[in-house]
Design a binder for this molecule. Structure first.
Ligand code: DLL
Length: 432
């Protein structure tokens, strides 16, 4: 279903022309309004007039998260605070948060792409949208909220935390769409089961809008089975706008990037060279229509692949396949590159494995040792010790077959690994 049929079904040629026009405009805009970009252009000997269309995108300078940090809090803003109506920030594990600002137009643009995203899942004004993303500096809650209201859904601004209350509200208010992180969806399902709430009988959920962290196809299947809904991937980052940068449609073959507003590229994370369609690398965005803090060639740090062919849903907006991980969370275990998501992929195909796991990397002498702590399901716990050992061996060999590395596996009882209130923590790196 479309929110904005015209914009969503632009043909490749029309899309490219629009992107080119907007790219020229935003290039001039940042040159005029940002000391940061003016300097970057000068250092490169580049003039805004050198950018004649999308084909010149590669000539523009990259922007990195460190640029936002170094210019904390407002250094990259292109407008004065009198034009900024809202600020959000991403937490970041170290140091100061990354602060982003929105003008009224930026909020409007965000609301538009969120409305497109919600309707792309087949949700409409008839739906009751339960928003369990956090409200606050994190963009999840308010992003879904404004988009949901624009579509005309009945929005329940439940925010994060208090799982019992979420379940009560969803039952009593008849929520049909659930928006939260996929790891929280798993937690909700577990909690419901413990409390004797049967999603098939007691809940009316039919759609899930899950994102803000990487999740695998096996995880999707588990959530769909446990909560009796169809689970859709939503992608975004606060630096670009928040959720709604890309959204899976009902065909579920990658998330459409709303590329009339956010121009994507894939680059080699090491060299920064542009890569072609179907090649895996780092996702980079140029915002085409933002006023408050437009960014040129922003390095997201997310690894994915772009596909440009027409989707059966009628949209040509390029699709990104599920994020494989962050460029910086790639582990190198004895010379082999490993992404946590690959391990999730293997684990969740094994029925005896629960939905929570933790990767612990330690150094023993010169060697990196990876231990995969895996929660087993309740049924397994009652099994005999010998069966547990067999299961451990089975997991070990499945991982080494898939990844080509040896790992240690430790089975742990259900509900013993820590659950995170926000984004899931799947990795503990105990090396220096
Ligand atoms: O996580 C915005 C968001 C809120 C997206 C709600 C979707 C739903 P940040 O906190 O700035 O913004 O974190 C952005 O989260 O660069 C990715 O690494 C990761 N991420 C976001 N969505 C997905 C997804 C929000 N669907 C960072 N799959 C991004 C994988 C995701 N990773």
């Amino acid at each position: 279903m479309y929110w904005n049929r015209k914009a969503e079904t632009l043909k490749p040629g029309e899309l490219r022309r629009l992107q080119g026009k907007r790219l020229k405009k935003v290039t001039k805009y940042v040159y005029r309004n940002s000391g940061f970009y003016k300097k970057k252009f000068r250092d490169l000997g580049l003039k805004p007039g050198d950018i004649r269309g999308v084909e010149d995108l590669g000539r523009l300078p990259f922007t990195r998260k460190s640029d936002l940090r170094d210019n904390y809090p407002y250094g990259l803003f292109c407008t004065g605070l009198e034009s900024i109506v809202r600020v959000h920030a991403s937490s970041g594990t170290t140091g100061k948060p990354t602060v982003v600002g929105y003008t009224g137009n930026d909020i409007e643009l965000w609301t538009e792409v969120m409305a497109r995203s919600i309707m792309a899942t087949g949700s409409t004004r008839k739906d009751v949208l339960h928003v369990a993303y956090g409200y606050g500096l994190f963009t999840g809650g308010l992003g879904l909220h404004y988009g949901g209201e624009r579509v005309g859904c009945t929005v329940i601004p439940a925010s994060g935390g208090n799982t019992a209350r979420h379940l009560l509200l969803m039952q009593d208010l008849g929520s049909t769409v659930l928006a939260c992180t996929p790891s929280y969806a798993v937690y909700l399902a577990e909690y419901a089961e413990k409390e004797g709430i049967d999603p098939r009988e007691d809940l009316r959920l039919r759609v899930g809008v899950f994102g803000a962290e990487p999740w695998s196809e096996p995880m999707r299947k588990r959530i769909e089975d446990a909560l009796d809904l169809k689970a859709y991937d939503i992608y975004g980052l606060s630096e670009i706008v928040g959720p709604g940068v890309a959204q899976e449609c009902e065909e579920q073959c990658g998330a459409h990037i709303w590329s009339d507003h956010f121009l994507p590229e894939i680059v080699d994370p090491e060299t920064g060279e542009q890569l072609g369609e179907g090649e895996e690398g780092e996702l980079v965005f140029t915002t085409l229509t933002k006023d408050g803090i437009p960014l040129l060639r922003y390095r997201t740090g997310d690894r994915t692949i772009l596909e440009y062919d027409k989707c059966s849903c009628g949209r040509y907006h390029p699709r990104m396949i599920k994020v494989r991980g962050r460029v910086d969370d790639m582990l190198i275990i004895r010379g082999v590159n490993v992404f946590p998501s690959q391990i999730e992929h293997v684990l969740l195909r094994i029925p005896e494995v629960g939905s929570h796991y933790l990767l612990v990397v330690e150094r023993e002498g010169p060697l990196d040792v990876l231990t995969v702590k895996v929660e087993v399901t309740e049924d397994v716990i009652s099994d005999r010790v010998r069966d547990l050992m067999k299961l451990e061996e089975n997991i070990k060999s499945s991982i080494s077959q898939a990844l080509g590395i040896k790992v240690d596996v430790e089975l742990v009882e259900p509900f013993t690994l820590e659950r995170s209130k926000g984004k899931a923590v799947r990795l503990k790196d105990l090396r220096e």
